[in-house]
Design a protein around this ligand. Structure first.
Ligand SMILES: NC(=O)c1ccc[n+]([C@@H]2O[C@H](COP(=O)([O-])OP(=O)(O)OC[C@H]3O[C@@H](n4cnc5c(N)ncnc54)[C@H](O)[C@@H]3O)[C@@H](O)[C@H]2O)c1
Length: 368
């Protein structure tokens, strides 16, 4: 297995392990690494249908106690009701401060289980075992946990760093193409916000990434995790560079919300948001046409399945006002000024924002 580290002050640093076919080693690893011997694994129905029981032998061998809670799959699960049910189950199981949570699933399970761990008894440890590409390259690293409110995404949450991230690339074999593509949005995002060479890697290996080539995916996951770990180590609480990770998310979150969190997956919304925000950057004179066309070319080559019909640009503008990125009443956008370099802009001309949104909603590039 390969490993890297998220370096944080105090005792909050943690390792990220990346391997292929390593789920059945988790018990032994936790025995060595964690102080606790009692775990609650939270997963969703779809992940459970593929991997039910996969941890049991290694937990039994390591003499670790394991309870499992299965929640419904999908973004709709990341809500206050499911969170409340989890608290009830934790109490019924007799979970105490010396227990830990394992988030085994995509970003939805990671955010929900992480938030449950962050708040139960004012915080118990948790471990991320991400099973989607999006969760492996982004959601499982950095300690952002939370749930949605019907009016705003991720608005209820806490920073709570995992004790360990355990990535098994083999689980991506069962991941559907639509969710693979969702994860590719965040992979390509790292190239645009931080690493020109990595963007070129994505351009060169686009087809292999879409075909789930394991060597290329392994390089992409390791490089993405390294970039995220570096950014989080420099700015854990998003006072500066961590905000760059929000590229594509201001418009993206509004689209995701208006799609009812079903018609448009999170990563798909980030794709659309990145395209709109890159265009906005060009219209503002920050990003050259050549750089914009390079970004647009790569994004357009990825076959999205999001359903965007019926979404009105004015509603997108309205929903964005509730975004977490509003500060002192002013909406902030993270925009590329070249591939690998970002800039934060406050309250750009709403006419240009609306035009960029309209461009993405109208141009029919999304495969339906
Ligand atoms: N905390 C963060 O820093 C952060 C960062 C990015 C995104 N997020 C959050 O992540 C969420 C999106 O995550 P996601 O795209 O992973 O969605 P998801 O968790 O809903 O997973 C997508 C689908 O894939 C299924 N699935 C998961 N792993 C599978 C596997 N190995 N094989 C087959 N099916 C599998 C799930 O059951 C689900 O149906 C959003 O809520 C977003 O806000 C959080």
């Amino acid at each position: 297995m390969q490993s890297l580290k998220v370096n944080l002050p105090g005792n909050r640093s943690y390792p990220i392990y990346v391997g292929t076919g390593c789920l059945d080693k988790l018990g032994e690893m936790l025995r060595l690494y964690m102080k606790t011997s009692k775990f609650i694994l939270i997963t969703d129905e779809q992940v459970a249908s593929h991997y039910s029981g996969v941890f049991l032998p290694s937990f039994e061998k390591a003499k670790l106690h394991l309870d499992t809670i299965v929640v419904p799959a999908g973004e709709q699960t990341k809500n206050i009701e499911t969170y409340h049910d989890l608290m009830t189950r934790f109490l019924e199981l007799g979970a105490a401060r010396d227990w830990a949570v394992i988030a085994f699933g995509g970003g939805v399970v990671g955010d929900l289980a992480g938030f449950a761990a962050a708040t139960y008894m004012r915080g118990i440890p948790f471990v991320q075992v991400p099973t989607t590409l999006l969760a492996q390259v982004d959601a499982s690293v950095g300690g952002k946990t939370g749930i949605n409110h019907p009016r705003a995404k991720n608005i209820i949450g806490a920073f709570h760093q995992p004790a360990l991230v355990w990535i098994d690339l083999a689980v991506l074999r069962t991941l559907g193409q639509r969710d693979l593509i969702s994860g590719l949005a965040e992979v390509i995002k790292y190239g645009i916000i931080h690493d020109r060479d990595f963007f070129a890697f994505c351009e060169k290996n686009r087809t292999l990434l879409l075909e789930k080539d394991e060597h290329v995916l392994s390089d992409a996951v390791l490089r993405s995790c390294a970039i995220k770990a570096d950014i989080v180590a420099r700015d854990e609480r998003e006072h500066s560079v961590r905000a760059f990770l929000n590229f594509g998310h201001t418009i993206g979150h509004a689209l995701e919300n208006l799609g009812g969190y079903e018609r448009i997956r999170h990563g798909e919304a980030v794709f659309l948001g990145m395209l709109a925000e890159a265009r906005l950057s060009t219209q503002l004179g920050l990003l050259s046409q050549t750089e914009y066309q390079r970004i647009e070319r790569l994004l357009r080559q990825i076959p999205l399945q999001a359903v965007i019909e019926g979404i009105e640009p004015d509603r997108v503008m309205e929903v964005m006002r509730h975004d977490k990125k509003v500060q002192a009443g002013r909406l902030r956008y993270v925009l590329p000024i070249s591939i690998g370099e970002m800039h934060i802009i406050e309250e750009p001309d709403p006419g240009l924002v609306r035009e960029a949104v309209l461009h993405v909603l109208n141009d029919g590039w999304v495969c339906r």
